[in-house]
Design a protein around this ligand. Structure first.
Ligand code: HGY
Ligand code: MN
Ligand code: MN
Length: 417
């Protein structure tokens, strides 16, 4: 059993996070590091060098997931995988995803320095994409590990500047000609530490959250087509204005979520109008709709109800409406077999812990459907995330690394599940 006293300092976690945040930093202290962009490439290659410095064997797979491998001396084929995603939302925080990558790097580094090679192989992974922030597709990294994606899924996908997914991928050094999406069968356990991105831990003064379930999510792009016209000469009653129509739909779907679906979350995060000028009645308006719930049936029921409502309203108003679902991840119950061991480790180090559901999506929900997967959280200050104001105290960051280090020891050195 490792005796990790709380005085053991992982002082460089903040240093690493501040360093990683320089790859894509924005004017107001946020981070924009989108899949396959220059800043994304620079971050991955810099992490690769860090892994090499630590003594890992770093390598990329065919889509840009970066792995730092410490080969086991006994059961080297069995991989204990730990990490998170390197991409961010636009102008996000420096902890979402990045903390899980850095925590895994530091935990593995300290174990390697202290105990040498593990019995089973440890791989630290910096997953290439989770957010769906650049292209209308999520979990490109983890779903390529599980074999759920193929080139079919990215065909014709383009970002808001009209750059094709496959071109961005090729330019970043991952040509589609070399693409292989076959499922990895050597992963014995995946473990991810992440910031909570909510306020439950902080509000209840709890240090660690062990995640039992992750909500399912549907994401849509819904386009409303009306009639563009002059803002001054077109009487109000003669308009087919998609902007007004979109506003009515957003108000209605929000009310239904609040009043009829307790626990469900529905978010219209983006809206785009064409031609998007002040003195023209819009021709088209498109919105994104992000829907979350931990029960698949409720998620489906709300989605169907809203799409039905929008279609009926559109027919009555002469608006043409087109809805496209581009993300559909099931709610996942995660492996809890390590929770009691980890609760004991937490307690022995004076840490309070709780079991909880995650309202945020995570790579663990994809990997968790294929491999035993453990996800745990450290607190987010005021629950803020996907914002430059995202913050977690160093002490909380260190608690997560301490716990990760000790459970990796159990999994890879002792070989005990
Ligand atoms: O959107 C999410 O829940 C996650 O941060 N990707
Ligand atoms: Mn994340
Ligand atoms: Mn996120």
């Amino acid at each position: 059993m490792l005796n990790l006293c709380s005085s053991e300092k992982y002082k460089n976690v903040q240093h690493y996070l501040d360093w990683l945040a320089t790859f894509g930093e924005t004017a107001d202290g946020g981070v924009t590091r989108l899949l396959y962009t220059e800043e994304w490439q620079a971050a991955q290659h810099a992490l690769k060098e860090e892994m090499r410095e630590i003594g890992m064997d770093p390598y990329f797979d065919k889509v840009g997931n970066l792995y730092g491998r410490i080969e086991g001396f006994q059961e080297e084929k069995q991989v204990i995988l730990t990490g998170s995603h390197i991409d961010t939302v636009v102008n996000g925080g420096k902890y979402d995803g990045a903390y899980g990558v850095i925590a895994s790097l530091l935990a593995a580094k300290m174990l390697f320095e202290q105990y040498g090679r593990p019995r089973k192989t440890i791989e630290v992974v910096s997953l290439c994409e989770e957010e769906g922030s650049r292209f209308p597709l999520t979990y490109w990294g983890s779903k390529n590990i599980t074999g759920e994606y193929s080139l079919e899924d990215i065909k014709q996908l383009e970002d808001q500047n009209g750059i094709l997914f496959q071109d961005a991928m090729g330019k970043a050094g991952f040509p589609i000609a070399a693409y292989k999406g076959d499922k990895r069968s050597d992963i014995e356990h995946f473990i991810e530490v992440h910031i909570e991105q909510g306020a439950i831990l902080e509000k209840n003064n709890i240090d660690i959250g062990f995640v039992t379930h992750i909500v399912g999510q549907h994401r849509y792009t819904i386009q409303f087509m009306g009639e563009s016209n002059h803002a001054g000469t077109t009487p109000m009653e003669e308009r087919k204005d998609p902007m007004v129509f979109a506003a009515n739909c957003i108000d209605a779907l929000t009310k239904i979520a609040k009043e009829e679906y307790p626990g469900l979350r529905a978010t219209v995060g983006s809206i785009n109008a064409e031609p998007n000028v002040s003195n023209v009645v819009a021709k088209t308006v498109s919105i994104t709709l992000d829907i979350r719930h931990h029960q698949e049936g409720i998620l489906k029921k709300y989605s169907d109800e809203i799409l039905q409502m929008i279609t009926e309203k559109a027919n009555d108003s002469g608006i043409i409406c087109k809805a496209e679902k581009w993300a559909d991840s099931l709610p996942v119950a995660l492996d809890t077999s390590l929770h009691s061991t980890m609760e004991k480790i937490a307690k022995n180090n004076g840490l309070k812990s709780v079991q909880m559901v995650s309202g945020a999506g995570h790579d663990s929900q994809i990997l968790g459907a294929h491999y035993p997967t453990t996800l745990f959280f450290v607190p987010s200050q005021k629950g803020i995330s996907h914002s430059p104001l995202e913050f977690t105290k160093v002490q909380d960051l260190e608690h997560g690394i301490l716990l990760l280090k000790e459970v990796l020891y159990k999994l890879a050195y002792e070989g005990v599940q």
